[in-house]
Ligand binder design. Sequence first.
Ligand code: AQP
Length: 343
Amino acid sequence: PRLVFSGIQPTGIPHLGNYFGALVNWVKLQSTAAPADKLFFSIVGWHALTLPQDPKLLSESRTTMVALILASGIDSQRSIIFHQDQVQNHTELAWILSCMTPIGKLKRMTTWKTRLAVSRNANDESEVDDSLLNAGLFTYPILQAADILAYRATHVPVGEDQQQHLELTRDLAETFNRTYPNPTPLFQLPELILTPSKRVLSLRDPSSKMSKSAIDPNSRILLTDSYETIVKRIRSAVTDSIAGITFDPVERPGTSNLLTILSACTGEAPAALAERYAGSNHGTLKKDVVEAVEETLRKPRTEFARLCEDKTFLAQVARDGAEKAQEHSDRTLKQVRKRVGLS
Ligand code: AQP
C-alpha cells in the first residue's frame, strides 16, 4: 500500500496556484487511492514561521486552512488532515536528521540561494550576506524531510520547486539507513509525484509565480474571491501588445499564463486552447478565463462559507487528524530513538 504525504503552509487563503498545484492533486490522489492506501495532508505551521507572521493572522489561517482543504474536496473520513505543529515528532526527527545533514548540502538548495539573492539585492551589496537571514530558512528542508519520514511516506506529491527538497529527503533516509542498518533499513525512499499542472504565474508580474505573500493582492486569485473580484483581477492581468493569442511562455508569459489558468480549469491543453483563440484578442480570452475560474471556484467557495459556520466540526477534524498522525509517527520515532541510542 502507498502512504501519501503532502503539506501546505497556513500563510493565508490559497490561490489558484496552490489550488491547481496542490489541492486538486490531493483530491485526485484521494479518489484514485486503493483501500489500503493512507493519505496524510498536513498544515505546516512550523514552516510558516520561517517568515515573519502576525500571530493572530497565523492562528486564523490555521483554522481557515482546515476548512479550505475540506472545501476543496478532501474527505476527513478518508484522508488525515492535521496540524504539523500538534505532532512534536516532526521537530524531534528534524533535530536528529539535522545532526546528519552536511551544511554544504543545505547551501546548495535553490530555495536558499534564491533567498540569498533576494536579500543581496535588497541590501545592494556585492557580497552575499547571510548573516541576517534566520537559521530556519536555511534548515527548513530538513524539517520537510522529517515531515515526510516521520510517516515513512512512500509517495509525496509536490511541485517542481520542491523536487530538490525531496532529493534531500531521500538522501537523509539513505544516510539514516546506512548509519543505523539494524535489524533492517528503517526508511523506504519516498517517491516524488510531480504535479502535472503548470506553475501559475503572478497576474501583475508574470516573471514570478503566483504567491500568497506577494504584496500586490491583484497579483493572485484566492479560492474565496467573489465573481466581481475575479473579473477585476483577470481584467487587470498583465499581458502584451502582440495581436492574437499564442502559447509562448518565454516571449508571452502573461498571455500564456491566462491560457495555463484556462487549461487548468477546463482540462484542455494550453496549445489547443491557443489554436482556438488564435484570432481572438486579449479581451475575449480574459472574459472566458473569468467564466472558467468562476465555474471552478464556485463550489469550493460555497462549501468554505458553509464550513466556516461550523467551528466545532473544524476543531474536531483537526483533533482527530492530530491523534492519528501522532499514533502513526510514534511508531517511526520509537524506532528512531532506539536506533540512535536515545530510548
Ligand atoms: N504559483 C504556483 N503555481 C503552482 N503551484 C504552486 N504552489 C505554490 N504556488 C504555486 C504549490 O502549492 C503548494 C503549497 O504551497 P505552500 O503554501 O506550502 O507554500 P509556497 O509554495 O511557498 O506557496 P506560496 O503561495 O508562495 O506561499 P508563501 O507566499 O506563503 O510562500 C506547494 O506544493 C507548491 O508547489
